[in-house]
Design a protein. Structure first.
Length: 257
């Protein structure tokens, strides 16, 4: 079955799969600045859709809770209004309430009244180069698999660069749709905290049966690359037909190539 994805802005996307509705890292604030302990982040674009225009969701897939470009002030308010919040174990302790913590490779399920089930598996993520963990904190991605055999699995990378953990996801799962968190985010020094064009190409090669649908490419000043950089890279290296760029606010049906 086809999967519909609506880009809302930055890392925030609505994924509709077999009647279920999932939202990634909610960011709904207007443009503005965020002073964090060691860095100042500037949001340059507001969301394409406000929370009340999205409608109900079955779960929020929150890769991590500590950075404003993945969970801003309005996003935190939004978490109180949804049924389930799936995030890191440390993040669930900080957020409290109905947040559920998942370690990498742990699974949980969402079921509907007709017996259809989504299995959500937390996946490893590394928010920058090796050794960054004490600074960046815990991050996870997600694989969403349906009990319907004709629906492709979806991999949502979360804030990560290409590393062995992403390669292991590709070894364990056959995914028809991959959402890499790209943008080559750079805040503290001359290294990237999310996927750059090279990492995204590596991910495309690791998932040869997947359509690549990048998010986290626009909307923040510390993103060093954008969707046009990805388009040029994919076209040059012969992967262009497997890249699907989303227009913000527009539901887009994605089918595996």
């Amino acid at each position: 079955m086809p999967i519909s994805i609506t880009l809302i802005g930055g890392p925030t996307a609505l994924i509709e799969i077999d009647g279920f509705r999932l939202l990634t890292d909610p960011t709904f604030d207007a443009p503005g600045a965020y002073q964090l302990p060691h860095v100042k982040l500037e949001k340059t674009l507001g969301p394409a859709l406000r929370p009340d225009a999205i409608g109900p969701v079955d779960a929020v897939l929150l890769s991590h809770d500590q950075h404003s470009d993945n969970l801003d002030n309005s996003g935190r308010d939004y978490l109180h209004k949804v049924k389930r919040v799936l995030t890191t174990e440390a993040g669930a302790k900080r957020l409290g309430g109905h947040a559920e913590g998942l370690a990498p490779w742990a699974t949980t399920h969402i079921k509907d009244r007709d017996g259809c089930t989504l299995t959500i598996t937390a996946t490893p993520a590394r928010h920058g180069p090796a050794g960054i963990e004490p600074l960046s904190g815990d991050v996870i991605g997600f694989v969403v698999s349906s009990s319907r055999k004709d629906t492709s699995a979806v991999y949502i990378s979360g804030d990560t660069t290409w590393f062995d953990g992403v390669a292991e996801v590709a070894r364990r799962f056959t995914c028809g749709v991959v959402l890499p968190f790209a943008g080559a985010a750079q805040t503290r020094g001359p290294f990237h905290l999310t996927m750059d064009t090279n990492d995204t190409i590596e991910t495309a090669r690791a998932f040869p049966d997947a359509m690549i649908v990048p998010v986290h490419t626009e909307g923040w000043a510390h993103f060093r690359q954008n969707s046009e950089d990805l388009r040029k890279t994919f076209d040059l290296l012969g992967f262009g037909t497997r890249l699907r760029l989303l227009e913000p606010g527009v539901p887009t049906v994605i089918e595996a190539p």
